[in-house]
Design a protein. Sequence first.
Length: 373
Amino acid sequence: MLELAGAVLPLLDAGHTLAVATVTRINGSAPRTLGTAMALADTGAVIGSISGGCVEGAVYEACREVLQTGEAALHEFGYSDDDAFAVGLACGGRIEVVVQRIEPGAGWSGSALRAEFVAAASRQPAGLALVVGGSAFGSILVAGYVEQPRPSSPLGARDERRLQAELATRISAGRGGLAVVDCETGFVEALFVVAASAPRMIIFGAVDFSAALADASVLLGYRVTICDARPVFATADRFPSADEVVVEWPSAYLARTEVDARTVVCVLTHDDKFDIPLLEVALGLPIAYVGAMGSRRTHERRLEALREAVDAGVLERLHSPIGLDLGASTPEETAVSILAEVLAVRNAASGGLLRHTSGPIHRAAAVHADEGI
């Protein structure tokens, strides 16, 4: 639901009612992940996608019904071998979808739920809990707010606080998921939908390849920083898609800036006076990916210089020459090559052709795990 925040906020702020369908359970192969959402506005506008096309028509009809009734509904979709033309997932998996209505009231502008949408749209940490099982099915909770579509079987105040406390913990950890929470009135099954702050892509070198990589990285949800020690090249006008352009000695900037386990560092300068001290710093940080551009000869020269300061095991973390072998040559093609490797590393994937692999195509993410709390 929060993935749609930027698109649905203007509709909600204008007073429109939405029906939102959220994937709350996945069994087998499915094209999207847990928490993926699709919304239908009372204007007829459709935002987002549940499955990439194969069950959208049925989800649309389910949303239309919830828009009319206001009653939350649970639907399951899967592929039927007996009737291949039935509504279902051609990939063979099964998904469970909960559809809920969001109707902004008089206090919407100052509501806690709106604040979570605003935070998610701004790529800041946000979260909400959707009750998907039990007597309070269909309830939506955020910190300091609960919407319960069935007043006859509401959550108790202590249960609300229990779920909100669990949500706060998950927002802080950036970890969503489906969980069964032990509450005062019994076990409550809830999907915790969490939007973490955007991961960082730090690109060193104010060159054409950096501009293309910045453009592509934004599409993948990264917060992009361009850093170069040369002020004549490192300008905001040359990198309009970057969130920030920093003029500073690369190794000094990386040593002082904030990074985490999701941060990606791409060194595109291929200039030893910048690269060697920068890579020494980068390889000593607990970040997701360190890559450096350059020829094989440049790579060997780098390795020789780095061996004097960096342990051999640590050097294994360096992706150089950067990117996957796609035959890329232009800046735009090279950006695809680099990001393809970043995704493969992030997902512990081979980066090979899918037709040469076996097993599920869609890998389970951490958010898929069912948990008991």
